[in-house]
Every structure is written in C-alpha cells, then in structure tokens.
Write a protein that binds this ligand. Structure first.
Ligand SMILES: Cc1cc2nc3c(=O)[nH]c(=O)nc-3n(C[C@H](O)[C@H](O)[C@H](O)COP(=O)(O)O)c2cc1C
Length: 346
C-alpha cells in the first residue's frame, strides 16, 4: 500500500467512516461481522504492543492475519520506543495491511505510567520520533489516534502540526482529554478548528450514535469513527442513502430514527457468522470464553431470548452454539421476518 492510499479513497467516497479500535472487541471476527453488513467502512484493529509483535511470533501470527473482507485493514500499535515501532512495522508489513495507526489515546494509568498511549501528548518529541521512525521504516502510511489533550493544558493544533511534520498522514481526535476518560459534554469546535490548521485529514471520534449522526456532525472534516455504538450492532453503520437500488427499496422503511432495525432472521445470521468466524480465527477454548460475551448481546432486546441466555453464555463448542441458534430459529419460525427492536415479537 502506498502513502497516498487514503487520498484515493477520499476521491472515491467523499466521506469515510471507520470502526474505532477497541481492545477486546476489534479482532478479526468482530471486524468481519461489521464489514459483512457494512462493507463501506474501514476497520482499525484493537491495539497491540509494538514490543509484543517484535518478540512474540505467536502474537504476530495470531493477530495480524486477516480475511479479504476486512481489507483495507489498519493495525493499531502502542509503545514508547521509536525503534520498536520501526521494527514492528517490518513485521506488520508482511501481512498486507493497509496502514499503521499509533495509539496516543489510551488513558489507562498503567499505560500512561509506562510512557505509552496518551502520555505521548505530553512527550511531543517522542511522539514526533515515533511517527518519523515509522514513516522511514515502512512504505505503509502512518496515522495517529489521540485526544483533545492530556489534561487541558496542551496545544492540540501545535501537537498535530508537529505530527504532520513527521509525516503522519491522518489524525483521529477523540474530543475528550485523557483526564476526562469518558466524561464531559461533546464539543467539536476545537476539532473543526484543527482541520483548518492542518493539511492532512482529521477524523473525528466520540459519541457518534449512528452513520447519519456522523454525517450531520462531520462538517468540514472528511471522516468519522464509531466505537461503542457498534457493539453487536453492525447496522449502526448503515445509511438510508446506501439503499438506493431497487432490490433494497423495501428495506429503506426500516430506518427508524436513522437506525436500521434488523429482522430476527438478520440478527440470527449475524450471530452465526460472528460465532463461526471467531472459531475459525481463534483456538476453541479462547473462542468459547469470548463468544459468550458476544452472542447473547445481539438479541438482548428480544424477550424470547431469556431461556436461551444461559445456553449462549455457557457454550463450550461451536456445535453447542449452532444448536442453540437453530433452536431459536425453529421456535420462532413464524417471527423470523419480524423486528425485535420494534417490539414485534412477544
Ligand atoms: C472496550 C473499549 C476498548 C477500546 N480500546 C481502544 C484501543 O485499543 N485503541 C484506541 O485507540 N482506542 C480504544 N478505545 C477507544 C475508542 O476507540 C473510542 O475512541 C472511544 O470509545 C470513543 O468513541 P465512541 O464514543 O464512538 O465509543 C476503546 C474503547 C472501548 C469502549
């Protein structure tokens, strides 16, 4: 992938939407589950330690391989030592990813104390050196995900211009400071202002509810990112305007408050797909522990799921999972075209 890759993507799509990087979620199966429903989005992986990728072949070979459907994939890494970033880039390059994103976002105490993540907001020289070392070590484009500031006392425009000088090709801003974590009222003024002071695109992140919400707020920016609202809800990335063709005409009416409301059948298909891809990409024991948290959430709004909950959260194998989904499908055979989020199933 060459350095101007996203300029071309922008020409094709005008506005771009990303799945935010999310630890414990953004693995290959999750990303595939999102892209299956919303092929137009760009996915960023959960964060991986640059040091880990260099020293653990097992880690690299577990997390970097991905499927065609996920492309173009962005891999996010964190650490503090520019040399390790440069070395990790060499490993990442071998897996045909589209670009590398640097985590200058994470506010967790342990991460900050180690000089990683959001602490780079107060270590501008290291932040600069990391981006520059990465840019020089790989032909992949480099982006940065960060925050408004660390504690309200840093200059976002100066910091971002500094990263642009180091050849960052784009920058994502979560509108909160590291100190705020997830609190505070959304205010994007600084982000719109930032774009006016940079030549590279700014992606705006934080509290986007659904695609339409993103399109309304994106204004002079070209890109936005959705994180938590995508949990078990790949439909949050759909937009009425996407359903232009005749074949989809009848689906348009199922956008209520700008969100597409899937049928029970679509939900069960999404669960089956997620379960199958998770088992295909992880080993069975890890899979069974992880899938328990996911599947039941897809249909949490559906009262009929109560008696299946226990089976879904204690599943031990893909066969057990398939059997539970199959039982749901046959029990609700006459409700498959109904929409649980609209309360259509008792
Ligand atoms: C469970 C979870 C894990 C996250 N992991 C990461 C991560 O690995 N890297 C990162 O840059 N941001 C991470 N984030 C932050 C999100 O990418 C995003 O910035 C934040 O959730 C705000 O966006 P939202 O309001 O759309 O969720 C994580 C957020 C959540 C909820």
């Amino acid at each position: 992938m060459h350095k101007d890759f996203w300029q071309e993507q922008l020409k094709l799509h005008k506005k771009l939407c990303f799945l935010a990087p999310m630890d414990w979620y953004g693995d290959s199966a999750y990303r595939q589950s999102m892209k299956r429903v919303a092929p137009h989005i760009y996915c960023i992986s959960e964060f991986y330690s640059a040091d880990g990728l260099i020293h653990s072949k097992f880690l690299a070979q577990s997390v970097l391989p991905h499927q065609e459907i996920e492309k173009p994939l962005i891999i996010q890494i964190f650490w503090k030592d520019p040399l390790n970033f440069a070395k990790a880039a060499k490993t990442i390059e071998q897996f045909w990813v589209a670009w590398i994103d640097v985590n200058m976002w994470c506010p967790a105490k342990k991460v900050v104390r180690s000089g990683h993540g959001s602490s780079l907001l107060i270590n501008e020289q290291t932040a600069f050196d990391i981006v520059k070392a990465l840019d020089e070590s790989t032909s992949l484009p480099i982006s940065v995900k960060t925050r408004l500031s660390f504690d309200g006392n840093q200059d976002l425009i100066k910091f971002s211009q500094w990263l642009q000088k180091a050849w960052a090709k784009l920058i994502t801003i979560h509108w909160r400071t590291a100190k705020q974590a997830y609190t505070g009222e959304a205010d994007f003024t600084n982000i719109y202002e930032l774009q006016r002071n940079l030549d590279i695109p700014v992606i705006w992140n934080g509290d986007v509810q659904h695609y339409d919400d993103g399109m309304q707020k994106v204004k002079n920016l070209s890109w936005f990112m959705i994180g938590r609202k995508s949990f078990w809800n790949p439909w949050c990335f759909l937009w009425k305007e996407h359903f232009e063709t005749k074949a989809w005409e009848d689906k348009k009416v199922w956008f209520i408050n700008w969100i597409y409301h899937p049928t029970l059948s679509e939900m069960l298909e999404a669960m089956e797909f997620h379960a199958a891809e998770l088992v295909a990409t992880k080993w069975e024991r890890k899979w069974s522990l992880e899938i328990r948290k996911h599947l039941v959430q897809y249909i949490k709004s559906f009262p009929g799921v109560k008696e299946y909950r226990k089976r879904l959260v204690t599943t031990e194998s893909i066969e057990m999972t398939r059997e539970t989904i199959w039982d749901l499908r046959s029990r609700f055979a006459t409700d498959l075209d109904k929409r649980p989020w609209c309360g259509e199933i008792e």
